[in-house]
Design a protein around this ligand. Structure first.
Ligand SMILES: [Zn+2]
Length: 468
């Protein structure tokens, strides 16, 4: 049996692992888009170091594009099997893949228009079309959490709660080969304990090999308050005391729902005025929010008891979901105190850039960054605290307050990952493979595991193949 590390090896994006049995049954775990590669390559070469037609089965841990974003390429290039995931993941992935295809086409058109004639052939073409996405969705086959299934008598697969995003799962794969059973646990992305809306993730039991994310190895979240208290302080200081606008860049799927729900809690508790306007300016958030309503079985106790007492989680007095462009543009001329939640989370692309542009020179506004921002993104540059910043080729003075919070982070910090690995077998694991993190983060986690007496740790390189 062989395990190929084909993505998110010593980097964060592009999750993809290939598990291959001795008789060449091939299971692909995740098929994510590699942003690190996309940024600097014009001629990307073949995306897959294998023939997609040779893959028998795809397992998808969750909907995020860095785990699902290359599925349409896989199907376009000849994959004929099933893509297995939870029902909520299937629904969210469909919305995210269509959105990804639209973004690729719109970027392509923009880049083409801006490029000199002689350089137009160098502009990377979109990886897939809407048609490719719909053909991918046709291949989805859904399975509920904790229900084992056997694609072959010698292979058993179970999805279990990851606590990271609605429908997100860790995947346990047990393979019987030459009379010997070997069990693998793929963490996917791990969630934090006590997250908003989703249940806590469960550690693995009875596995031999763990493939674990370590995005925040060596880093600690600075969380001193509950999500409600933290958000209350920002809303109170900005919208009530200063009568300004609070702009929150947030991913449309996951973080937006967590923030919208938390504001609902504050309103129902009478802590912030009912009439305070909350604008959700993201068509993708509008599409994906009902998925949360359709899957109460995946919601945690806090969300369910709130729903039982108050009804809607995401609809309440003062909230407005803006779908079309006119509504989005009209928001520029709304001058009352308000909260604006818009995508994308790292302030790269999407409608949020305009809201940041419109508010950055306003000393009464706050821009609250609610998660990780990769180097080079506008979110990252905002957090550097410079007096001027370039947005859409215009220099802007920074008068708004720029703040950052970890309370809505959907990834665990160092101690939480360490805890997950210890609970998933710890010293009894034959090998721990650390992935989905930059090298310094992986090395910090490796060191911590060694200190805990967990000595069989590997930081696989891209393309590395392990024989079992
Ligand atoms: Zn994720």
């Amino acid at each position: 049996m062989k395990l190929h590390f084909l993505g998110a090896a010593r980097q964060v994006t592009g999750s993809m692992y290939l598990l291959e049995t001795a008789d060449k049954y091939r299971i692909l775990v995740d098929c994510g888009m590699d942003y690190e590669l996309k940024r600097n390559a014009v001629d990307q070469g073949p995306i897959f170091p294998f023939n997609p037609a040779d893959i028998d089965l795809v397992l998808l841990t969750h909907a995020h594009i860095d785990h699902s974003g290359n599925l349409p390429v896989l199907v376009k290039d000849g994959f004929k099997g099933q893509i297995v995931c939870t029902p909520a993941t299937a629904e969210l992935t469909a919305y995210l893949l269509y959105d990804s295809s639209h973004i690729q086409f719109s970027d392509y058109r923009k880049n083409l228009a801006n490029a000199r004639k002689t350089r137009r052939h160098l502009i990377p073409k979109p990886l897939y079309s809407e048609k490719n996405v719909s053909e991918t969705i046709d291949r989805f086959y859904t399975i509920h959490l904790n229900k084992a299934f056997q694609p072959r008598p010698d292979i058993e697969i179970t999805f279990q709660e990851a606590g990271h995003l609605l429908g997100a799962a860790g995947i346990k794969i047990s393979i019987l080969e030459n009379g010997k059973k070997q069990v693998f646990g793929f963490s996917g992305d791990i969630g934090r304990l006590n997250s908003k809306l989703v249940k806590d993730g469960t550690p693995f039991s009875g596995i031999d090999y763990l493939i674990s994310e370590s995005t925040y190895g060596g880093r600690k979240h600075t969380i001193t308050k509950t999500a409600e208290d933290e958000l209350f302080d920002y809303i109170h200081d900005t919208c009530i005391k200063q009568r300004g606008r609070l702009v929150i860049p947030a991913f449309s799927v996951g973080r937006t729902q967590a923030i919208v729900f938390t504001i609902n809690q504050l309103k129902r508790a009478g802590k912030i005025p009912e009439h305070l306007k909350i604008f959700v300016d993201s068509p993708l958030a509008i599409k994906s929010t009902p998925v949360y309503e359709r899957h109460p079985e995946l919601l945690n106790e806090e969300a369910l008891s709130f729903k039982a007492n108050h009804g809607d989680l995401f609809n309440y007095p003062g909230i407005e979901y803006l779908e079309n462009k006119d509504e989005h543009e009209a928001l520029t001329y709304y001058f009352d105190p308000c909260v604006i939640i818009s995508a994308a989370g790292m302030v790269e692309g999407g409608r949020i850039q305009e809201h940041v542009m419109n508010n950055i020179e306003n000393p009464y506004s706050t821009i609250l960054i609610a998660g990780f921002c990769a180097e080079g993104t506008l979110g990252y540059r905002l957090l550097l605290g410079q007096p001027t910043i370039q947005i859409k080729k215009k220099d802007k003075r920074v008068y708004a307050r720029i703040a950052r919070t970890d309370v809505f982070s959907s990834h665990p910090d160092h101690d939480e990952v360490l805890h997950f690995i210890k609970e998933s077998g710890g010293k009894n694991l034959k090998q721990v493979f650390l992935v989905h993190g930059e090298l310094p983060q992986l090395q910090a986690m490796e060191m911590a595991l060694h200190e805990e007496g967990i000595s069989h740790v590997t930081l696989p390189e891209h393309g590395q193949v392990i024989d079992f």
